[in-house]
Design a protein around this ligand. Structure first.
Ligand SMILES: [Ca+2]
Ligand SMILES: [Ca+2]
Ligand SMILES: [Ca+2]
Length: 166
């Protein structure tokens, strides 16, 4: 993960299950983390997290990039977004490189210079499916706790080398 987006993404990303805490940050209580994360995601408080609720953070980010609100992120939109935040060094979109462009390319699976909502949410969908052990399209607190307990074991037993910055 690049320094430029560390502060911006790390905490929400950890809470959304998007990144594994690094080895240095592995001293967390999986039950507490699951409880906190679950409460944040279960917006209607019905004791389970639906796909809609799970996708909320990703959908929120998608809307920020999709400035013309047409349900797609064009390359120009992502470029303008980061350019306004002064993270892009060039005024020429064709010369646009670096982490912000890598971020775009990562999401643009079919490389047509457009990120559809489906492309943007595909990583979230995969994570949801992995968390949803009984495949009922709902996450329970127990499923989330299982996830963080397993992750803690992984982090403690392996060198940390996996990251996903969404
Ligand atoms: Ca758009
Ligand atoms: Ca695409
Ligand atoms: Ca489930």
């Amino acid at each position: 993960m690049e320094i430029w987006n560390m502060k911006h993404w790390l905490l929400p990303a950890v809470l959304a299950g998007l990144v594994i805490p690094t080895a240095a940050q592995a001293m967390y209580d999986p039950i507490k983390l699951a409880d906190k994360q679950f409460k944040q995601m279960d917006k209607n408080g019905d004791g389970s997290v639906s796909l809609d609720e799970y996708f909320r953070p990703a959908n929120h980010r998608f809307k920020k990039f999709d400035t013309n609100q047409n349900g797609k992120i064009e390359r120009q939109e992502m470029y303008d977004f980061w350019k306004n935040k002064r993270k892009i060094k060039t005024d020429n979109i064709n010369a646009w490189e670096g982490p912000t462009n890598a971020h775009f390319k990562k999401h643009d699976k079919n490389k047509d210079d457009i990120i559809t909502r489906g492309e943007y949410l595909s990583a979230s969908q995969k994570r949801f499916d992995a968390l949803d052990l009984n495949e009922d399209k709902m996450l329970t607190l127990e499923e989330l706790q299982d996830h963080w307990i397993e992750r803690k074991k992984e982090v403690e037993s392996h060198d940390f080398n996996e990251q996903d910055d969404d």
